[in-house]
Design a binder for this molecule. Structure first.
Ligand SMILES: [Cu+2]
Length: 143
């Protein structure tokens, strides 16, 4: 008898919590992604340029960067200043639009690939041999 009573108190508490919801969900930012399309394109990182510099791809394409040079390079979105900035970005932002590789992970012979599944323009550069839009830089147009 005593146990029954405890149970009904718990049920009542759960119902009250349920009714307490005002039905307003907190806003969640969602990024629309496209499924992988199975295509892989290659961009070479040479000393000291990306080839090709400009590439237009369909959303869902995987881009493989290949360090064919004799030097370390990095691949940074234009908004990022250096390897440390990229490391901080990738640690805090797990969305598919956060991308790039630090020079420690892109030494000669290394590859880095990323699935570009959100349409947009992705400007990038190597901070060791370039600056945004100058020297060792490139643009990916994803549509
Ligand atoms: Cu470089």
């Amino acid at each position: 008898m005593k146990n029954m009573r405890v149970s009904s108190v718990i049920v009542a508490t759960i119902l009250m919590v349920g009714c307490g919801s005002d039905g307003q969900d907190s806003e969640v930012t969602t990024i629309e992604t496209v499924p992988a399309n199975g295509e892989v394109i290659n961009i070479q990182s040479l000393d000291n340029s990306f080839r090709p510099v400009d590439f237009e791809i369909a959303a869902g394409t995987e881009v493989m960067f290949d360090n064919r040079g004799r030097n370390d390079h990095n691949i940074l979105p234009d908004t990022i200043k250096d390897d440390a900035g990229l490391t901080a970005l990738l640690a805090s932002d797990t969305s598919p639009t956060a991308w790039g590789v630090a020079s420690t992970d892109f030494v000669p012979g290394d590859t880095y690939s990323h699935l570009f599944n959100v349409p947009g323009t992705y400007n990038y550069y190597c901070s060791i041999h370039g600056a945004p839009g100058a020297g060792m830089y490139g643009t990916l147009t994803v549509s």
